[in-house]
Design a protein around this ligand. Structure first.
Ligand code: AMP
Ligand code: MG
Length: 402
């Protein structure tokens, strides 16, 4: 079968998957989920002229005239409103966060004051109107769009939503994911392998990856031998009640690579098989109804790379992200990179020069070398047509953590 160019392959996957329905969650349960509504300011922010210091509120005009001794009309704390009057020539003792009463338009900090009973002397040198006052509406006007639909609720955005009273928010419901590792050579972590066996690490990688993604819930469907009956049973079960299934291993051309055939038997319609990439060339993708299914080649680095390049964008589309493809960094290479083939290569790489550049992981042994891969920060992209990229070439860098 011909190899599908990467861009075509990724587009085929993204065309097939659709955003999942939204639900309304209490804000305290919504951290990390993708917003499906616009959050607007219900009042200006700050909602009133707010003192930014503990000190004294006065008239700027008094300060401008050179007045520095003021009679103190009273004290105003945060969380209270001033009901009295402050006449010209008077000041009001005020706390950080308290509303500066109408008519007053400058605050001097308590550190620059002296008091002798009823009078206060301010040591203001160059007075400015509105000094130490966070003015009403300075951050945003009432009705301003603060968070757009399609943005994930980071801690900062949760804080913004809280400050405008968004007690419940519409977000995409959690994406239900199932993970299955296949291969007759595989055993679980706690089992002592025979000399010809290896321990399953792919399912551990994927389950950990999903723990990092707060808008997914993942379940583990087991390590399954390359036995068609066992595979059929495990895949059919995992296709129920999940939005996405990831199967690792068994998609290449070996006699024991049953996954494409069995997925088709289970009613999954194939949309992509084999892309012109390295690692991950035999990637398989299909849909059963609204459930997306990835068969990822079993080499651990292939799993990490195809997850980053195909699965993650698909998940982000399902989650309702405005930016489906995670933004790439463009960084210069700190060391040269070469390749001999015409495939698009994703090579594990680390930040260099304090994050100003990237360097391929030295001594990296290819798609089976997950010890090196685990030391990396992400993938650099070596385009199809590139052969020799000298140090200094600006490349696309795809950090793992998105
Ligand atoms: P496959 O895609 O099944 O041909 O597997 C490719 C290579 O990846 C083989 O060397 C497998 O032993 C290895 N491999 C497959 N699945 C896993 C797994 N779950 N954990 C670690 N290595 C694996
Ligand atoms: Mg295998």
């Amino acid at each position: 079968m011909a190899l599908t160019p990467f861009a075509v392959a990724q587009a085929a996957v993204l065309r097939a998957v659709k955003p999942l329905p939204a639900v309304r969650l209490p804000l305290e349960k919504a951290f990390g989920f993708v917003l499906r509504e616009t959050i607007r300011a219900d009042r200006p922010l700050p909602p009133f002229n707010r003192s930014a210091m503990d000190g004294y509120a006065v008239r700027y005009a008094d300060l401008a005239k050179g007045l520095r001794r003021f009679r103190c009309a009273g004290t105003l704390e945060a969380g209270a409103a001033w009901r009295g009057t402050v006449r010209p020539g008077e000041c009001l003792k005020i706390m950080t966060g308290a509303p500066v009463p109408p008519g007053l338009d400058a605050v001097e900090q308590v550190e620059k004051s002296k008091t002798d009973g009823a009078c206060v002397e301010l040591m203001t040198e160059a007075p400015e109107r509105w000094q130490h006052i966070h003015r009403m509406g300075a951050d945003c006007k009432k009705g301003a769009r603060l968070i757009a639909a399609g943005e994930p609720l980071t801690p900062g955005r949760v804080a913004v939503a809280a400050s405008v009273g968004a007690a419940k928010v519409a977000v995409t419901r959690a994406i239900r994911v199932a993970v299955i590792a296949t291969g007759s050579e595989l055993v679980g972590t706690a089992i002592k392998p025979a000399p010809y066996q290896i321990r399953d690490s792919n399912s551990r990688f994927l389950m950990a990856r999903f723990l990092e993604i707060p808008w997914t819930t993942a379940s583990f469907g087991g390590v399954i031998q390359d036995d068609p009956r066992a595979l059929r049973r495990a895949l059919a079960a995992a296709l129920k009640n999940n939005d996405l299934l990831i199967v690792t291993g068994g998609v290449s051309m070996g006699e024991r690579d049953h996954i494409p055939e069995i997925l088709k038997e289970c009613g999954v319609k194939n949309r992509l098989y084999k892309s012109a990439i390295r690692p991950g060339k035999p990637i398989w993708f299909g849909m059963k109804g609204a459930t997306a299914v990835f068969g990822l080649p079993g080499n651990p680095v292939s799993v990490a790379a195809t997850f980053r390049e195909f699965v993650l964008p698909a998940l982000r589309k399902m989650a309702g992200f405005g930016t489906v493809i995670p933004p790439a960094l463009r960084l210069p290479l700190a060391a040269p990179a070469k390749k001999k083939h015409t495939l698009r290569e994703f090579r594990v790489a680390c930040y260099a020069d304090g994050g100003a550049a990237v360097a391929p992981v030295p001594g990296y042994q290819g798609s089976g070398d997950f010890v090196s891969a685990a030391r990396s920060d992400g993938l650099i992209v070596i385009p199809e047509e590139a052969r020799e990229l000298p140090a200094g070439t600006v490349v696309e860098f795809h950090p793992w953590n998105f």
